[in-house]
Design a protein around this ligand. Sequence first.
Ligand code: GRG
Length: 347
Amino acid sequence: MTEPVAEGVRTAAEVLARTRDLVEPALRHAVDTLPPPMRRMAGYHFGWWDARERPLRADGGKALRPAFTLLAAEGAGGDADAALPAAVAVELVHNFSLIHDDVMDGDAVRRHRPTVWNVFGRSEAILAGDSLLTLAFAVLAGSGRPAAGVRTLARCVQSLLDGQSADLGFEERADVSLGECMRMAEGKTGALFGCACALGALQAAGLPGGATTTEQVSFLRVFGERVGLAFQIVDDLLGIWGDPAVTGKPVHSDLRNRKKSLPVVAALTSGTPAGGALAALYRRPLAPADLPRAARLVEEAGGRAWSLARVDDLLSEALEALRSAELAPGPAAGLEALARLAADRDR
Ligand code: GRG
């Protein structure tokens, strides 16, 4: 049995390293069951091998969402081993969304390597994403409390699709409001973090010593949703001001694509002269020389300050929900460390 998360504060880096150690073997085991072409693309995407299946140890992602699942389960009286299928399912859904999103956006690089579509082709990448999504449900169906978990994950995937659809729709519109943009981010990103926490708590339900109550599941879901939204706002800030050497994405990537991200929409709706100038720039494709000016205008119009203030608010709301869930102290400290990392990261 896996050693329970230690009492007392753990650093986020330790929590994530432990999660990767637990999740990667189970993830590899699941991916090994895929038909060979899908297995090859999945393993490439996770950084386990190159395009010709020669072994590698490349960046396979931070494993944030499964870390929330494992700690939520332990905090609610369950254990990490039993929550592993749910953690793997959440990571598979996340990676399905990344592979498809890269196709939709035409992004050529992720995690410092060429994206799946860039190496294997767009149609093949769509199949790889479909394969991971289907695998997520297959893995979850073999876990404890499968029916409740599958329903929770299915609702979450519909929210992801709804958020992504709104995001695509915003590209065609000049009148996106901040409320619409927040709802889009809640669907696109918040829902999966909320689901990751809820699935962990659900795993603990009904176990001897598992103190999960319906209230605990909903407080943990709210905690995850707030953290996820803060994470998305930070991602939006990194999409404008992040260091490409650290983020693995090109500089000013979101501005180049004229994304209606939260800092941009906050600037566009600010009623300031800088917001007006940004709206004028956003009416036509941006040349590389326009990008630093667009970033300056977002800042001058208050888009950066608004975003940072929202991240602070969301972190406070998340920590309040975490306290209300009344979890065991060790896992609660781990979840708090993860929440703080999500709200203050450079990659
Ligand atoms: C259903 C196709 C589809 C999309 C849903 C989740 C999503 C919407 C798109 C993926 C791209 C994107 C910008 C998502 C926002 C969430 C986000 C910042 C993802 C990156 O998450 P990390 O940093 O990734 O945890 P790693 O590489 O660490 O796994």
